[in-house]
Design a binder for this molecule. Sequence first.
Ligand SMILES: [Cu+2]
Length: 308
Amino acid sequence: MINRIRAYSIAIAGFLLGSAGTALAQGSKVVARYHRYWLPDQATAIAGKVDDMFNLILWITSVVFVLVAVVLVYFLIRYRARPGGKAIFYHGNTRLEIIWTVIPALIVIALGFLSKDLWSQIKQQFPAENDALVIDVRPRQFQWDIRYAGADGKFNTPDDITTINQLHVPAGKNVLIKLTAQDVIHSFFVPEFRVKQDAVPGMVTKTWFNVPKPGHFEIACAELCGLGHYRMRGYLTVDTQADFDAWYSKQQSEKAAQLAPPPVAPAAPTGGSTTDSALIPPKGDTATHGTVTGDSAGAKKTDTATGK
Ligand SMILES: [Cu+2]
């Protein structure tokens, strides 16, 4: 009889140990890749590091939350009002208060040191302008006005290439975005890049990224900027270098054609239709935002291709 009980106990213990081992193994797999269930894809090299910091902070706060909640519930039940129970005045415990102030302070300081390098990589160490594609992004209610230096390599000259809501960049190259808002504060946000930067009227803020692989992404405005905020989204296409060069030279030749003196019999416009003709300034008006190039046609193609 005792032998049988012993055998059953060993079997049950073995089963429990096995289950615990399997659960742990499964759990670690989930932990290793759980970010995919709720964080966007990681399209840049910094994305993984940002997520690691996010996860570390989430783990710390989760553990503290569970501890506090368990102790709270325990105390609620343990010291609930009961007939005959008597409340006492309790001033507090200085030693405990010092401990629960110092420990969070140390954790916050440690997190600051841990994230210091990553923060500076994202927000302070910008690529040199001669080692990056520089793009001016000037958001306004409710669109992204995007400007590339044209053939002369200089901004704010007649040959600048301008697009609305269409940002093309080459893969594997540093891209430096200079932001200035034209009206209110907007925020340039590409979730897959883990890049978010406010655009403020009257000042230039910068952000940068380097995306190794081609792909299609959305630029979201991450600052509540007015009634049309929800529809303020741009499309960011990461091309191969060859595709980008082809797109860029097409924009350049369209711009050159636009700047050239008009032929005797003007040709029919080839720019295609656009959904919001009010956004397009009259032809030849390069004084304020420049003219929209044939990009609205390109934009339509991209939209169809991505299904957006
Ligand atoms: Cu906005």
